[in-house]
Design a binder for this molecule. Structure first.
Ligand SMILES: [Zn+2]
Length: 253
């Protein structure tokens, strides 16, 4: 039986519940949701904060990095006192204070394909907040294998990127995106990142998680959304499944 909201929770999330497209059903879907969040950098911080505060019932956080001082401008859950701690542990203690009802499971690890697939199968949605192509490929593959929706985000310099895929809907996966668009392998260490850009993309990922869970409006699946922070503009591109994508094998052009 799914959990139902207590009276206290219904009061706490009242401003969600009064939205007719969200309602008590939407909030209860959040309450019963288990979200797998991979990467606790700037994107992961914003996603975790927004989902935990917004009433998501369970978050699993995966990252093997420790907090460093140069993370603090954009990794908004951490303080100077957290430097040297594992990010997932520092995030758990901060999120525990922010949203005591949210069950946080921290995993200090970089998981193998098998271990990640095993984790994914115990969750409803995967949120990719990693910062490199190898991880993105692994996560996309696991999303398709496990049949679990993937909300992917990326940010570098003044640029942000969002992509949502729902396996089984016949639309493009992240592997198709990679075949159609050149995805540069850049690191924020060398290229830089403006703090609000990464937070914006993370908050947008949290929004898409809530949309995917509760079903309001139209989920922008199979669409690559790009943010250009130099001119403050969004662009979107419809991505068809790529015939040579060996991950999803969605050959319908
Ligand atoms: Zn594909």
């Amino acid at each position: 039986m799914p959990d139902t909201l207590t009276h206290t929770q219904a009061m706490r999330y009242n401003r969600h519940i009064v939205l007719p497209q969200f309602d008590i059903d939407g909030q209860e879907k959040l309450l019963n949701a288990r979200i797998l969040l991979i990467g606790m950098g700037g994107l992961g911080n914003a996603v975790a904060q927004s989902l935990a505060a917004g009433g998501v019932g369970a978050l699993t956080l995966i990252d093997d990095d420790k907090v460093e001082q140069h993370n603090l401008p954009r990794q908004i859950l951490f303080t100077d006192a957290d430097c040297g701690q594992f990010k997932v542990d520092a995030a758990r203690s901060r999120l525990g204070a922010l949203a005591p009802d949210c069950r946080i499971t921290p995993l200090r690890a970089r998981l193998s394909d098998e271990a990640l697939l095993e984790q994914a199968s115990q969750h409803d949605i995967i949120v990719d907040c990693t910062d490199n192509l190898a991880s993105r490929r692994q996560i996309n593959q696991v999303s398709v294998q496990a049949g679990i929706p993937l909300i992917s985000g990326a940010a570098i310099r003044f640029e942000g990127q969002l992509f949502v895929s729902v396996p089984g809907d016949g639309k493009a996966c992240y592997g198709c995106v990679e075949k159609r668009f050149h995805m540069a392998e850049l690191s924020c260490n060398e290229a830089g990142i403006l703090s609000p850009v990464v937070s914006m993309i993370g908050i947008a990922q949290a929004h898409l998680v809530m949309q995917c869970l509760s079903g309001f409006g139209t989920l922008p699946t199979g669409e690559l959304q790009l943010f250009d922070g130099l001119n403050f503009q969004w662009q979107k591109f419809k991505v068809s499944p790529h015939p040579a994508c060996d991950i999803c094998n969605n050959t319908a052009e």
